[in-house]
Ligand binder design. Structure first.
Ligand code: ADP
Ligand code: MG
Length: 386
């Protein structure tokens, strides 16, 4: 009797143990599930945030009314009276700072760092093109003049102080297209260790009122913070044209840009470590106010290359190409009348194509002849077209 009771008890005990093991397993499975669900919730929450996180309008504080109320300028140029979010530190709520505004209430949501302007990043040449001075043909005199104005004051200021003359601020390179103006500026950027901002005139003119002037201000602000700095304004005629009494709103925007440029050029009297180089092939349309000494101190003509210049340019560009046999430079140059530097570089490219067509991997003298003829015909055709 006692034995039967004991066996029964043992069976019950075994069953209970089995049940416990089963339950333990279940718990561990559930725990795993819990972890998985937790991760899932986090992912879903993140996705939710992404959908909820909307973009902001970028604007500028124009005037402080009270420590919570500001007059701001929206990207389209309209002015608004808005309030700010409480979290923004009071000290950073300054006039002239860039802000992010809520799209519907226009409330100021955050401040944007001053040097975070995306435009500056796009125009700052971080790795300037490798152009050595010897790769510029036939412009020795002009190159010396340019370096005198730009390099000397940046690195040997004392010389100017000793003589007692004013340190030049800016230089204008003018002359026909394709003669190496941009090339000279790029070469300067590569050779001197200064920050180099390259702006093309047409690129600055923004479609929003007042934005272009802000960009000019922004450029000079950056330059002042990053001396020594060279500001290169290519195709300056796009913004530096003569001011007209009447014009469309686009014209007025261009004029505003120029006024800001003049204002900035006058402004950095005491800062000698910023130099501006401007380039144009239409010096005749430039506003005389821009050409005044103190804004542009030196005007350097970059002419079409003469016989010797052409020969140098041809030699520079031919040196990068495989040639065979004698090249008759004198004959080639005498055939390339009215050619500019870019045309001469083109001779080499075209000659290379002629050689390719004949399944050669080098250029001979006759390829260069054919190339000159082709470019000459092309130029004539364009002339007759108009
Ligand atoms: N004096 C020169 N020496 C060497 N290459 C030149 C010269 N002038 C022009 N070139 C060639 O023509 C190209 C265009 O010249 P660029 O400097 O852009 O002319 P622009 O005066 O219109 O700014 C240059 O990239 C270069 O290859
Ligand atoms: Mg150019």
């Amino acid at each position: 009797m006692a034995k039967a009771k004991f066996v029964n008890f043992l069976e019950k005990f075994e069953k209970a143990i089995k049940k416990k093991v089963l339950l333990k397993k279940k718990i561990s499975v559930n725990e795993n599930n819990k972890e998985y669900l937790k991760k899932k919730i986090i992912i879903k929450k993140r996705k939710n945030m992404q959908i909820k996180d909307i973009g902001f309008l970028i604007g500028e504080i124009l005037m402080k009314i009270s420590f919570k109320r500001f007059i701001v300028k929206a990207p389209i140029g309209t002015l608004y009276l808005v309030s700010t979010q409480n979290l923004i530190p009071k000290t950073s709520r300054k006039e002239g700072s860039r802000i992010a505004m809520d799209t519907s209430t226009l409330c100021i949501m955050r401040m944007i760092k001053k040097n975070a302007d995306p435009f500056i990043n796009t125009i700052l040449e971080k790795n300037p093109l490798t152009v050595f001075y010897i790769e510029i043909g036939g412009l020795e005199k002009q190159l010396i003049q340019l370096r005198e104005i730009v390099e000397l004051p940046l690195f040997n200021k004392e010389i100017f102080d000793k003589i007692g003359i004013k340190i030049p601020k800016g230089v204008l390179l003018y002359g026909p297209p394709g003669t190496g103006k941009t090339l000279m500026a790029k070469s300067l950027a590569f050779n001197i260790k200064a920050k180099f901002l390259k702006i093309t005139g047409s690129g600055v003119v923004d479609k929003y009122i007042g934005e272009s002037a802000r960009i000019i201000r922004e450029i000079f602000y950056f330059a002042k913070k990053n001396i020594p700095c060279i500001i290169f304004l290519d195709e300056i005629d796009a913004i530096g044209g003569k001011r007209l009494s009447d014009g469309t709103s686009a014209d007025r925007e261009i004029q505003r840009t120029m006024m800001e440029l003049l204002n900035q050029l006058d402004g950095y009297e005491e800062l000698i470590d910023i130099k501006t180089i401007m380039a144009t092939n239409r010096p005749d349309v430039l506003d005389p106010a821009l050409l005044r000494p103190g804004r542009i101190d030196k005007k350097i003509l970059i002419p079409l290359p003469d016989f010797k210049g052409k020969q140098e340019i041809l030699k520079i560009h031919l040196s990068r190409i495989k040639t065979k046999g004698d090249i008759n430079f004198e004959k080639l140059i005498s055939l390339s009348k009215n050619f500019n530097g870019a045309d001469i570089r083109n001779i080499c490219t075209e000659a290379g194509l002629f050689a390719l067509r004949k399944k050669r991997t080098f250029i001979v003298n006759s390829d260069l002849y054919s190339a000159i003829q082709k470019i000459f015909k092309g130029k004539e055709r364009i002339k007759n077209f108009f």
